[in-house]
Design a protein around this ligand. Structure first.
Ligand code: PEP
Length: 253
């Protein structure tokens, strides 16, 4: 079944105690109020995963995720973190292909397809990010870019694995810029993504896939974005660093 999901991406922000405090506040608010979502995920730095996963235990609507992982199962990769390690501390999700990793760490679609395999092979769910740059949109190449990211990063998966994937459409020009895609712009791309999935995996799987929007989503614009037929929630950067804002976005459903 298609799930309504709001995921926070803390990136390289917050010290340990601040993170624990904010996460505890989110848990308390989500427990106290009634929401229309199935899952709220907080993707924190690796070093906080275990503590947050412990806090999330027993809270059915809150989960914890990492922001990246290495593509190998294990081995001599000094400083890296494997999917198995992430799983072993109680996390359930991993963001893959965030535009900051594509841009600053040169992550290619080919590399991301390997990371997707290792994440799924370790019973974690990828939140797989795709999206065009401003230049690509202005050159009217956004559909082509999205299609290539899907084909090369995800569409090698067999059905049983693909159904575990959450997709996040994040136009790069909207991330951290305060410039949100309009609800109509976002819906147009989400419908295109769903159609591409339907062509590859069939209508039933396409209809069951959660496709999140990310890019300057905040408590003011979330309701309009989330009311679109093909937008199933959000991947939230800046606004996830404030518990009230994050919970207000969750409540936008
Ligand atoms: C993100 O980094 O995934 C993101 C959507 O950031 P922001 O909400 O700050 O634009």
């Amino acid at each position: 079944m298609r799930q309504k999901i709001v995921a926070g991406n803390w990136k390289m922000n917050l010290e340990y105690n601040e993170g624990l405090y904010i996460f505890s506040e989110v848990i308390n608010m989500v427990n106290d109020e009634v929401f229309g979502i199935q899952t709220a995920i907080v993707c924190c730095p690796y070093t906080y995963l275990h503590s947050l996963a412990q806090l999330a235990k027993g809270h059915s609507k809150i989960s914890v995720g990492a922001q990246n992982c290495h593509q190998a199962e294990a081995g001599a990769f000094t400083g890296e973190i494997s999917a198995k390690m992430i799983r072993s501390v109680g996390a359930e999700y991993v963001i893959l292909g965030h535009s900051e990793r594509r841009q600053y760490f040169n992550e290619s679609n080919e590399l991301l397809s390997k990371k997707t395999d290792i994440v799924l092979g370790n019973s974690l769910k990828p939140v797989f990010c795709i999206g065009e740059t401003l230049e690509e949109r202005e050159g009217n190449r956004h559909f082509e870019v999205i299609k290539t990211q899907l084909n090369e990063g995800l569409f090698h998966l067999e059905n049983s694995h693909f159904t575990q994937v959450i997709i996040a459409y994040e136009p790069v020009w909207a991330i951290g810029t305060g410039k949100t895609a309009s609800a109509a712009q976002a819906q147009e791309i989400h419908a295109f993504i769903r159609q591409e999935i339907a062509s590859k995996y069939g209508r039933e799987i396409a209809d069951a896939t959660s496709i999140l929007y990310g890019g300057s989503c905040n408590p003011k614009n979330a309701a309009e974005l989330f009311s679109q037929a093909d937008i199933d929630g959000g991947l939230i950067g800046g606004a996830s660093l404030k518990s009230r804002d994050f919970v207000d976005i969750i409540k936008a459903f």
